[in-house]
Design a protein around this ligand. Structure first.
Ligand SMILES: [Zn+2]
Ligand SMILES: [Zn+2]
Length: 402
C-alpha cells in the first residue's frame, strides 16, 4: 500500500469514534425525504470543522457541497484540468421503519472517505485535484440527485462514488431503471343493490388491471419488476365506485427494457378499461430513476483496493437485484461507482431488522472498510490522472450500449 493510502486508512481508524457518532445521530433522527434538516446540520458542521469549504442548503434545502482542493492546472499547456472527484452522502430514512436502508452508514462513509482523502492530499507534495463531498437528500422518495443534476451540481465532476449497505457485497450491483404512473379509471356510480346494472364499475377496472399485471409477470424476464397498488377503491359497499386509481411502477435493468415493460403494463390497464366499459387516463409521474451504470475501471479499482482492507467479494450467481437508486441518473451523466457491501447482517433492506443492523456497532468495521476503499480509489485517480482516460472510454462505451 502506498504512503498516501496508508495515511488515508489511518485517518479513518483515528476518526472511527466520531464517524460512528455521526452515523448514530443520523440513525436516531430518522428524517424523511427533503426533511433531513438535523442530518444536514450534523454533516455540514463536522465537514466545516475539518476544514472543508462548505456550502449549506446548496440548490435544495437539505443538500450541501463540501469542497477541498482545486482542479485548475496552471502547468498544463492545453488547459487540461486535474481530476474532480465527488464522494456522495445520502441520509434520508423511510416512514415507520427508520434507517432500514442504512443511509446513515452511507453518510458515514462519505464523511470518512472525505476526511481521509483530504488529509492524504494535504500531506502530498503535489496538488492533486479537487474533492467534493456532495450531500444528496431524498433518495428513497423524490430523487434529490435528479434535482441536483438539473441544477448543474455534477457538471464539472469527473467521477462520482458512494457505497451502499446491503445483504451482499457487489462491485457491480444491479439497480433497475424504472417508471411510475397513475391509472385513473372513470365509470358511472349506482346503488349496488337497487340498480347495479346502471353502473359502470371503476373498481372492477382497477382490480382487472391489477390482475392483468399479475398474469403478465410469468412472461417477464427474471430481473423485470411490475408493481401496483390500489390507491383509491371506493367509499361505501352500497355505492358502485365511479372513480378509482391504481399506482403502478415498472423496473428493468436497462432503459430500453423499461420502455418495453411500460408498454406491456399500459396495455394491461387499457384492456381492463375496455373490458369494464370504463375510460382511463394514465398520468406519468416525474423524475424516473435510471438504471445504474457501474464504470468498469472504477469497479476494478474498487475491488483491488477493497481487497487490501479486507473487503471480500464472493461471486454473485445469479446476480441479485436491489431496487432502484437516483444514483442511476448520476451514472448516466458522470462515470460512477456505487457498490453494495455486506454490513455484517443477513437482514434485507427496508425491514425493521435492517434498521436495527444499520444502527448497531457490528455494522461499523465493514462501513469503515468501505470508507477506506473509496478513499483509496480516489487517491489512485488523483495520483494517476491518466486513469481518467480509461474511465471515460468505459463511460462512452456504456452510453453507446444503452
Ligand atoms: Zn432504500
Ligand atoms: Zn438506499
Amino acid at each position: 500500500m502506498d504512503k498516501l493510502k496508508q495515511i488515508a486508512c489511518k485517518v479513518i481508524d483515528d476518526e472511527s469514534e466520531q464517524l460512528q457518532m455521526i452515523s448514530n445521530e443520523i440513525w436516531q433522527h430518522r428524517e424523511l425525504a427533503f426533511l433531513e434538516l438535523k442530518s444536514h446540520a450534523s454533516l455540514t458542521q463536522v465537514l466545516e470543522d475539518k476544514g472543508f469549504d462548505v456550502e449549506r442548503h446548496h440548490k435544495l434545502e437539505t443538500a450541501f457541497v463540501a469542497r477541498w482542493g482545486d482542479n485548475e492546472d496552471e502547468s498544463s499547456k492545453n488547459n487540461s484540468k486535474k481530476p474532480h472527484i465527488a464522494v456522495i452522502c445520502e441520509y434520508d430514512a423511510l416512514p415507520d421503519i427508520g434507517h432500514a436502508c442504512g443511509h446513515n452508514l452511507i453518510a458515514e462513509i462519505g464523511v470518512g472517505a472525505g476526511l481521509a482523502i483530504k488529509t492524504a492530499m494535504q500531506q502530498s507534495e503535489l496538488s492533486l485535484g479537487k474533492l467534493s463531498i456532495i450531500g444528496t437528500p431524498a433518495e428513497e422518495a423524490g430523487g434529490g440527485k435528479i434535482d441536483l443534476l438539473k441544477a448543474g451540481v455534477f457538471d464539472d465532476v469527473d467521477v462520482a462514488m458512494m457505497s451502499h449497505p446491503a445483504p451482499f457485497t457487489d462491485a457491480r450491483p444491479i439497480f433497475l431503471g424504472g417508471k411510475r404512473f397513475m391509472a385513473n379509471f372513470h365509470g358511472r356510480a349506482s346503488h349496488a343493490a337497487g340498480y347495479p346494472w346502471e353502473a359502470v364499475n371503476a373498481l372492477d377496472a382497477a382490480v382487472l388491471a391489477y390482475m392483468n399485471v399479475a398474469a403478465l409477470r410469468q412472461q417477464m424476464r427474471p430481473e423485470w419488476r411490475a408493481s401496483a397498488i390500489i390507491t383509491k377503491g371506493g367509499t361505501r359497499t352500497n355505492i358502485i365506485p365511479d372513480e378509482t386509481q391504481l399506482a403502478l411502477q415498472v423496473r428493468a435493468p436497462i432503459d430500453s427494457e423499461v420502455k418495453a415493460l411500460e408498454a406491456k403494463v399500459k396495455t394491461c390497464v387499457h384492456a381492463a378499461a375496455t373490458a369494464t366499459g370504463c375510460t382511463v387516463d394514465i398520468v406519468d409521474l416525474p423524475k424516473p430513476y435510471e438504471c445504474l451504470v457501474t464504470n468498469e475501471t472504477l469497479a476494478r479499482l474498487y475491488e483491488t483496493n477493497g481487497s487490501l482492507v479486507g473487503v471480500a467479494f464472493p461471486p454473485q450467481m445469479p446476480k441479485k437485484v436491489l431496487g432502484s437508486t437516483d444514483m442511476g441518473n448520476v451514472s448516466h451523466h458522470v462515470p460512477s461507482l456505487h457498490p453494495t457491501y455486506h454490513c455484517d447482517t443477513d437482514a434485507i433492506n427496508h425491514t425493521h431488522e435492517f434498521n436495527a443492523a444499520a444502527g448497531s456497532p457490528e455494522a461499523q468495521p465493514s462501513t469503515l472498510a468501505q470508507a477506506k476503499a473509496l478513499a483509496m480509489v480516489a487517491l489512485d485517480i488523483f495520483q494517476q490522472p491518466q486513469l481518467l482516460e480509461s474511465i471515460r472510454e468505459d463511460f462512452q462505451n456504456d452510453l453507446n450500449r444503452l
